[in-house]
Design a protein around this ligand. Structure first.
Ligand SMILES: [Zn+2]
Length: 554
């Protein structure tokens, strides 16, 4: 259990800890934010104002559950108070600082062939980009929503959702060209002060997102620059316009995409922008060259064939009964029925309907440390800006697994105490913390549910793992005069019709041409990654990802 995948999973769980850190206001939220119950995460994730709030600073510094060092915490002390990106060398350094944050929070798609494809397209564009003394890097982030971003210093990321949404290599080239332009033109450095935009204590992803908060002018520059690069490299510059239109459609479709910063939340798209791109394309001369993806039988569709659409079970999935199953770490746990669950890279948690209680699963440590020490350290520390006053502590068993349960109250500045029930359970290589926090006067009300939550943690059988599905991008060929709907039924497309239309840039009622390739999603059995085949993964080949989130324009 030491492969890259485990590391990714570990980091994902660590992020859950971070998300806790990041939401010092969570306890408050439990009481106060009832109207936002639908989107409990979205405020935190997309509201830039919040990163600058004093609370955010407090909690960033408050995390003390050992895992922190894996993330951004360690870089804080050495960062001067005020950083201005004066030179390209600053760009490089700041970009490199942020790369681990991105990799940890979003995860990378480690499909080498797909990465090579993206890099090959990028390299063609770079031949025509201004020379810069930094190393461009291109990586694919494990985000199901369409996204692309450039960190200063040429660290560029595209999401698997973006690759799925694009319908040609030309579109991908235009998007990469857009991001290369942001990096090459040093748009991030034009923002005056680094630390004004980026609170060093804010959680990583938001911090990185702010790094790429471009103005409208810069967006226009990046569109223009991207189209010019594409044209010079032999790609159709008009593809930027078609891609932007698909983004607009995807934005309207929207379902389930509310929580994470994404391309269209960050680079505002608009009909004007795509119209402008269409006009500009007519002024650019270009000579088509055979695309990189020509080596695939299906061209671009062949290159992206098999991409996971939607959630990747590797990060854990919820079933209909609020049972969370982690096929790689091999456990399941049942969150309370009727509670709203959230499973992002950052957190696995559920909030009660009245928002007066929250259940959370996080990683507490590695099981090679004594369980009691992990619990002691936790009690001595602060978590999420709070201390816990333990009223009861006892060693218990969760099934066969050794565990320690503590019950008590949290104390913290400015926030009323919360009833806290936490169970630390050692399983496999890790110790997990199962937490239920609730507003004080309902503490006893939730005790039973907290215990049931903890006791539902259990190892899973191989057959449970095998029962999971994943939806992968595949290509179907249309029959003579078939509609998208007919094709969907015939091919057992697992995606809904509207979304299929979005992915293909088509309307559901459009009659398809004979043999026209159509992207669909096929439900397939999930195959766990953590089979004992890790030896082939060499640490040296682990690429650093460079991702930039283009944050909302202020
Ligand atoms: Zn942009």
């Amino acid at each position: 259990m030491t492969g890259k995948a485990v590391l990714a999973l570990l980091l994902a769980l660590i992020l859950a800890v971070f998300a806790g850190c990041a939401s010092p206001r969570e306890p408050e939220t439990i009481q106060a934010n009832a109207p936002n119950a639908d989107e409990p995460e979205s405020d935190q994730q997309t509201n830039p104002a919040q990163t600058e709030s004093p609370e955010a600073s407090q909690e960033g510094s408050a995390g003390s559950s050992g895992e922190e060092e894996a993330g951004e915490a360690e870089e804080q002390p050495k960062r001067p108070e005020r950083i201005v990106l004066d030179t390209v060398y600053d760009d490089q350094r700041v970009g490199e600082d942020q790369v681990p944050v991105i990799e940890a929070e979003l995860g990378l798609v480690d499909d080498e062939e797909l990465n090579r494809f993206v890099r090959s397209v990028a390299v063609r564009l770079l031949r025509h980009a201004p020379t810069r003394p930094f190393d461009y890097e291109f990586k694919i982030v494990d985000q199901s929503v369409p996204n692309a971003f450039a960190l200063p210093g040429g660290k560029i990321f595209v999401s698997r959702g973006l690759l799925a949404l694009a319908t040609s290599e030309d579109e991908l080239a235009c998007v990469l060209g857009h991001e290369i332009t942001h990096a090459a033109e040093r748009h991030a450095s034009a923002q005056i002060e680094y630390n004004r935009r980026i609170n060093p204590l804010a959680i990583g992803l938001l911090r990185v997102a702010k790094l790429a908060a471009y103005g409208r002018e810069q967006e226009r520059d990046a569109d223009r620059g991207g189209q010019m690069l594409a044209a010079r490299a032999g790609y159709d510059p008009e593809a930027l316009a078609t891609f932007l239109r698909k983004l607009d459609a995807a934005e309207r479709y929207e379902v389930g995409w509310s929580r994470i910063p994404r391309f269209y939340a960050t680079h505002p798209t608009s009909p004007e922008r795509s119209a402008l791109a269409t006009n500009r394309a007519t002024t650019l001369e270009w000579t088509p060259v055979p695309p990189v993806s020509a080596e695939h039988p299906g061209g671009y569709y062949g290159a992206v064939d098999g991409l996971i659409l939607g959630d990747d079970p590797a990060g854990g999935v919820f079933d209909e009964e609020n049972r969370f199953i982690h096929p790689e770490l091999r456990f399941s746990i049942r969150f309370p029925q009727g509670w709203t669950t959230m499973n992002s890279q950052q957190a696995v948690r559920a909030v009660s309907p009245m928002r007066d209680a929250q259940a959370e699963l996080t990683l507490a440590g590695k099981s090679d440390e004594p369980l009691s020490k992990i619990v002691d350290d936790f009690i001595d520390s602060e978590f999420e800006g709070m201390k816990i006053r333990v009223r009861e502590r006892r060693e218990i068993k969760i099934g066969e697994l050794p565990a320690i349960r503590i019950e008590g109250r949290t104390t913290s500045m400015g926030i009323g105490g919360l009833a806290a029930q936490m169970t630390f359970v050692a399983y496999g290589d890790f110790v997990y913390r199962l937490t239920v926090l609730s507003v004080s006067d309902s503490g006893t009300r939730f005790r039973g549910r907290a215990r049931a939550f903890a006791h539902s943690f259990r190892p899973i059988e191989e057959e449970t793992v095998r029962s999971l599905d994943v939806i992968r991008l595949r290509t179907a060929r249309a029959l003579e005069s078939e509609t998208l709907q007919e094709l969907s039924i015939r091919t057992r497309n697992a995606l809904d019709l509207v979304y299929t239309g979005v992915l293909n840039g088509l309307y559901a009622s459009t009659q398809l041409a004979h043999r026209q390739p159509i992207k669909i999603g096929i439900k397939e059995p999930y195959l766990p990654r953590l089979e004992p085949t890790e030896d082939e993964e060499q640490p040296g080949t682990a690429e650093k990802s460079d991702v930039i989130l283009e944050a909302p324009t202020p």
